[in-house]
Write a protein that binds this ligand. Sequence first.
Ligand SMILES: [Zn+2]
Length: 434
Amino acid sequence: MIHDEEFETLPREALDAIQLKRLQQLAEKVYATVPFYKKAFDKKGVKPEDIKALEDLQKLPFTMKQDLRDNYPFAMFATPMENVVRIHASSGTTGKPTVVGYTRRDIDTWSWLMARTLAAAGTHRGDIVHNAYGYGLFTGGLGFHYGAERLGASVIPVSGGNTKRQILLMKDFGPTVLTCTPSYALHLAEVAADEGVDFKSLKFRVGVFGAEPWTENMRLEIESQLGMEAVDIYGLSEVMGPGVAVECIEAKKGLHIFEDHFIPEIIHPETGEVLPYGEPGELVFTTLTKEAFPLIRYRTRDLSVLYREPCKCGRTLVRMGRITGRSDDMLIVRGVNVFPSQIESVLMARKDVAPYYLLIVDRIEHMDTLQVDVEISEAVFSDAVKDLQHVERDIEKDIKDMLGVSCKVRLVEPKAIQRSEGKAQRVIDKRKLR
Ligand SMILES: [Zn+2]
């Protein structure tokens, strides 16, 4: 179902005209209110009035994750704090999170786009939404919550964790829509089976899954094991949260990007050159309507492809392909962003291990696992009384505290980790996502 018939089915010329007008207003606004953008525009020798056509977007500077870090926490905001009614945050490489803000109107826009998202996935008024995305600083939980309410559905704000209780609520409340990460969906099915509950006997009709990359095979597995249709969504907190793009349930082939609010580009990750439709590269987003935290050409590091072929659902919005990887080394483990450098900094802060480590990521029984192999220091290795297991647990706790992700630490002998002449291999990702 198309929730916003007018804006989701605009002829291309009308959509282009809306985008251009909004882009011009955005350029003027950020130049006047965000010192970072004034400096970046000046450095490129470009002024807001130079935006005369949509192609002129390419004259504007990129925004990098590092720029958000440099302006931590609120210096990227384009409005005084008194207009900011909500703050969300996601983890970053330095231990400091990336902070995003929303005005009252931003929350309203976001809720509307999430209502569109849920409608595109085949949800409607009268549905009961079991929302197992995490509530808190993470945008997933509250994003879905507000969107489902706006749509007129009933929301169960169950959040993540306490899986057995979730199964009980599913049995008793009869939810028809499941929202969570795809790996958690499969985990729910396993726990249900352990509890003697046949997932397919529940009332679920559709699942709206995202926040981590997944494959077409995983979709087929979820659909057959859980007895529901599985729809892919895309979003990131910097750009807004969930609600940037969604598959339509009619085609389930590529995710429609809400272009009246976001301009997507695909660029070459090394040269920054804009690539034509159909060519894979790094996704870049410009936000057109955000008030508190607008972004110009934000480099997501996510690899995808854009295509404009008409879709059978009737939407005229461009589609992006499934995310096939990252142009940097960031790992997404159970929905949490993990940078090898973060783990490195935890390890380097300790005297009992050496600076040689290997991260092994896998997906076992549908749950992401992270194993950290690290060499013990020579001094500790020769100290036979030292309790190595205790050291392992201690490091696991440090990593959990710092990154918010649990892992298994395995101490190995000095020199056990392969040395490299060039760039060290720090990560082995055994999950097959491509
Ligand atoms: Zn479609």
